[in-house]
Design a protein around this ligand. Structure first.
Ligand code: MD3
Ligand code: FE
Length: 205
């Protein structure tokens, strides 16, 4: 059970420590990455993302010169993405229910890996078919600052510190919100070393 729940914005809930301890999640991520390597995707605009990504589950998020989309096969290997571990799906469903979204069955889990200096600019998650489903985000390893911009991509964000084991559930009126992650400061974490991971669970299709 989460130690505390905090409302970041309407329909955006932070469940502090809900996924702790995270050692087993880190080991599961390492075994996913052994089959589907972390890679730095290119954006349609020609840039390269500072966050390295891989996926597990039936659908994986992908970006290249052609655009953003979900794909069933890892473009690096041609193989299906590694299966979503049952504890991942269960964690996402339990968190979603606590955040007010019962019955969440994710079919995609994007795994983000941040080294110090990596960041994610303001964007919204908009490649999923049915925006009525929430998104669940699990923070692992080094602490970071979530940035919440809301309806517009510009302006001053609400800044929320997130730590190892914290889970954010957002849907409803927050589903269309712009958000990002501030440039990761250096540090060391017992489970994840000098890294931050984020699991982002979505219903893609
Ligand atoms: C909801 N990744 O992969 S938290 C993504 O930490 C992505 O790697 C983030 O955004 C990450 O598309 C996951 C996203 C987030 C940030 C701030 C928020 C969600 C928020 C503030 C309020 C509510
Ligand atoms: Fe996002």
């Amino acid at each position: 059970m989460a130690a505390a729940t905090l409302t970041i914005a309407q329909d955006a809930t932070l469940l502090r420590g809900f996924a702790a301890p995270t050692g087993s999640l880190v080991r599961a991520i390492e075994s996913i990455a052994a089959r589907a390597s972390f890679r730095h995707l290119t954006t349609p605009g020609g840039g390269t993302m500072s966050v390295a990504m891989t996926n597990c589950g039936p659908w994986g998020w992908h970006s290249d010169a052609r655009g953003y989309r979900y794909v069933e096969h890892d473009p690096l290997t041609g193989e299906r993405w590694p299966p979503m571990p049952a504890p991942f799906a269960q964690l996402a469903a339990e968190a979603a229910a606590l955040g007010g979204f019962p019955g969440f069955e994710p079919d995609a889990c994007l795994v983000n890996r941040y080294v110090p200096g990596a960041q994610m600019g303001a964007h919204r998650d908009w490649d999923e078919l049915d925006k009525r489903h929430p998104i669940v985000s699990v923070s692992i390893g080094l602490p970071a600052l979530f940035l919440w911009y809301g309806a517009k991509r510009q302006g001053k964000p609400i800044v929320t510190p997130v730590e190892d084991g914290d889970v954010v559930v957002w849907g409803g009126s927050a589903r269309a919100g712009y958000h990002g992650v501030r440039k990761l400061p250096p540090g060391a974490h017992p489970a994840a070393g000098a890294l931050r991971y984020n699991l982002t669970f979505r219903r893609a299709k």
